[in-house]
Design a protein around this ligand. Structure first.
Ligand SMILES: [Zn+2]
Length: 154
């Protein structure tokens, strides 16, 4: 085997760690996601991008309703747990049951807990421990990763 082939094989093994190997229930190729989603949502959901703070209309959204995954429509957050964190991103102190998964993210030289959709494994944002009661958590979400459905809060 050529040296470059060996290195590629090793990189493949490292990338297919436990987090990546977890099977998503809604799957598309990267190319399919790119066609399915608006450009800014695709960048955040599928490539862990971050929208500019105070850029999302959902940051100021105060109506009752449900926030669903921008990629697969799974309901993720209720308006009942939304609060104004002042961060410029839509913030919640708890997700809906069985809606999201978290994993350690060491990019940007920080250890943060990344929040992903449980069903399609899309990136949503991060969770921090400086939120309000009762959980003390702050789910800091990208508005473009969510779809708001006004109505009765879940
Ligand atoms: Zn999803």
């Amino acid at each position: 085997m050529k040296r470059s082939t060996v290195l590629t094989a090793i990189a493949g093994l490292v990338l297919a760690g436990p987090g990546v190997a977890r099977a998503a229930q809604v799957t598309h190729s990267d190319e399919e996601w790119r066609k399915l989603l608006p450009a800014e949502s695709y960048e955040v959901l599928r490539h862990a991008g971050t929208e500019r703070p105070f850029s999302s209309p959902l940051d100021d959204e105060k109506r009752p309703g449900t926030y669903a995954c921008g990629a697969c429509n799974l309901p993720l957050f209720s308006s009942k747990t939304k609060y104004d964190s002042g961060s410029g991103w839509p913030s919640f102190w708890a997700p809906l049951p069985n809606a999201v998964v978290t994993k350690s993210d060491t990019s940007l030289l920080m250890v943060r807990d990344e929040v992903r959709c449980r069903r399609c494994d899309s990136h949503l944002g991060h969770v921090f421990d400086d939120g309000p009661k009762p959980t003390g958590l702050r789910y800091c979400m990208n508005g473009v990763a969510l779809r708001f459905r006004p109505g009765r809060a879940a």
